[in-house]
Design a protein around this ligand. Structure first.
Ligand code: UDX
Length: 445
């Protein structure tokens, strides 16, 4: 049984710590937030992630997992310490490293024996070297240590499965021995392990997220063209996805990407490029398209409502930035809700789990019991998060309860023809609508 310490009991720390405990290691989770640690000791989870609470309970009961606010207790006899603290966006999009710095300093001041310090947070290229400098400087007396960069690739909603069954593990270090020791921790997971230098490992994380975000903005741009020219982007993506060089994943057009990673990481990578004298044209375009995609949803609703949402009741289904999470950070749905409220609409909203978080971020919505409650007496219905429970709604019942039969399907969850046949004025994303421009070879252009 190996002894691990995890600093930070946010999303990444909780999932990493719990999964490592489940693999048979002894894990102590450290957080400076007393209320979070109290919650965890009572067996409650500060975040919603399917299966996590049960797995944490099982490992706490088995004595493989404990929680503390005290670094000395966490580092006691630990061989590895994982830094899993937040790296929010600063004013210019740069990553704010104050929590990483604080963790590195406290580790340095507290450590009493050699340690492998593993950074899991997404940090600017060069942070691993900077962390090593901090630790060296802050140690009261020199004790051996090595820094390893091991970026996380966990998706919210499927984080446990992503941890247990990763596509790859990336380990960057100046010490091959330290990287190989961390590789042993990951060995039971049976996935390729890439051992490289720290800066390259840090860049792999940014490049991966920026590439995925680019795919989404790419298909969203195609969706706008499809809409104008009368093509269906869902079929276009299907047709493209069979090409093995392209693949079918991450090609769903929608209301734009959100969450705690993509927007922050694309901005941070662009900021890194800019501060080194480069002009990151593609990354800037990815963000611009993403912002435009959110605005389009409000424009569609406004257009269908005759040019004005002021005084209209708009029902919104889905507030989380994606399905299976209660996370509303950078949620595109909330951008749409804010814009509707600013334009004078009354917003009735429903989300299966994210209503508490959403109403803290954006007060002023009327929160509803379920989808039907939200749609009742609404002038328009917007589907913004692709929760499973929104896939099989009784749309005839919804239509009959609404003031006007207007539907903006921001995630292309319904068949346009079927809903139009029911009587809805339907607009999806990138699915040619009645009135799309007819472009032929003739002289009419
Ligand atoms: C992401 C990365 O996938 C993960 O590897 C990284 O560690 C953290 O950031 P996450 O933020 O949980 O994970 O969300 P993800 O499932 O990747 O979706 C991000 C956003 O893109 C969501 O808003 C989602 O709705 C949107 N999306 C995703 C699309 O609009 N279209 C798609 O085809 C896929």
């Amino acid at each position: 049984m190996r002894k691990l310490c995890v600093i930070g009991s946010g999303y990444v720390g909780l999932v990493t710590g719990t999964c490592f405990a489940d693999l048979g290691n002894s894990v102590t989770l450290v957080d400076i937030d007393t209320s979070k640690i109290d919650m965890l000791r009572r067996g409650q989870m500060p975040i919603y992630e399917p299966g996590l609470a049960e797995m944490a309970q099982r490992n706490t009961d088995a004595g493989r997992m404990r929680f503390t606010t005290c670094y000395a207790e966490g580092l006691d006899q630990a061989e590895f310490v994982f830094i899993c603290v937040g790296t929010p966006s600063g004013v210019d999009g740069e990553a704010d490293l104050q929590y990483v710095r604080a963790a590195a300093e406290t580790i340095a001041e507290t450590m009493t024996h050699p340690l492998v310090i593993i950074n899991k947070s997404t940090v600017p290229v060069g942070t691993g070297d900077w962390t090593a400098e901090i630790v060296q400087r802050k140690q009261p007396q020199p004790i051996d240590f090595a820094v390893v960069s091991c970026p996380e690739f966990l998706r919210e909603g499927s984080a446990l499965a992503d941890f247990i069954n990763p596509d790859r593990t990336v380990l960057g270090s100046t010490s091959v021995d330290a990287a190989e020791r961390v590789a042993e921790l990951y060995a039971p997971l049976d996935a390729p392990i890439v051992i490289t230098d720290i800066r390259t490992a840090e860049m792999i994380k940014y490049a991966s997220n920026a590439f995925l975000a680019t795919r989404i903005s790419f298909i969203n741009e195609i969706s706008i063209i499809c809409e104008r020219l009368g093509a269906d982007v869902t079929e276009v993506a299907r047709g493209m996805g069979y090409d093995k060089r392209i693949g079918p994943h991450f090609l769903q057009a929608g209301i734009g990407f959100g969450g705690s990673c993509f927007p922050k990481d694309v901005k941070a990578l662009a900021n890194m490029a800019q501060t080194h004298g480069m002009h990151p044209q593609l990354l800037n375009a990815v963000m611009e398209i993403n912002a435009f995609q959110r605005r389009q949803i409000t424009s569609k609703a406004r257009e269908l409502l005759g040019g004005n949402v002021n005084g209209k009741t708009v029902a919104v289904l889905g507030l989380a930035f994606k399905q299976n999470t209660d996370d509303t950070r950078e949620s595109p749905s909330l951008t749409v809700v804010r814009s509707l409220l600013n334009q004078g609409a009354l917003v009735k909203a429903y989300d299966p789990v994210a209503m508490d978080n959403a109403s803290r971020d954006v007060p002023g919505m009327t929160l509803c019991r379920d989808s039907y409650d939200a749609a009742r007496d609404a002038d328009a219905l917007l589907i913004l998060t692709p929760w499973n429970e929104f896939t099989h709604l009784d749309m005839a019942r919804i239509l009959n309860s609404m003031k006007q039969p207007i539907l903006v399907d921001g995630r292309n969850m319904y068949d346009p023809d079927e809903l139009r046949a029911l009587g809805f004025a339907y607009r999806g994303v990138g699915r040619g609508f009645e009135g799309a421009g007819i472009i032929a070879n003739g002289d009419d252009q």
